[in-house]
Design a protein around this ligand. Sequence first.
Ligand SMILES: [Zn+2]
Length: 170
Amino acid sequence: MSILTIRNCLDPVLRRKCGVIQNIDERLVTLSADMIETMYECVGVGLAANQVGESSQLIVVDMGFGTDKHDPVVIVNPVITASEDEEIDQEGCLSIPDIFADISRFKRVEAKGVDLNGKDVRYEVADYLARAFQHELDHLNGKLFWDMLSKVKRDILKRKFKKKIKEMKA
Ligand SMILES: [Zn+2]
């Protein structure tokens, strides 16, 4: 297993809609394992494949978030099939390091997809995990969390982010 490089929000791969996965092969299994390792290394709750440069509809999420155990799941071609209630909470993104904003999301969602064995899976999640699911599915559609904000707010965060990147390179 290896730690993958997380693409930042300036990378065009994060703006493209990811392709539907047609067959689950050895390469995808390895990619998933590497994504899980990378997610934990970066202390994230979820990761979408395009965040590591792979434009495919695959996410990993730590279902153990909020407990003392890791419980990673891999979902291929995930879709949100039901959602209810909304709440505003702070959100960040491994592709936009150190930038946070209050974002409104559904409080509960149901998501479906298949696992690495091609078996149908269904998850019902709430609160922060529901937020993570919506955030990662947005990634697969080429969306970033700050797209939910007004242009003025987004531009302020973008400037902050670009400044941060410059400092990191300096
Ligand atoms: Zn993200």
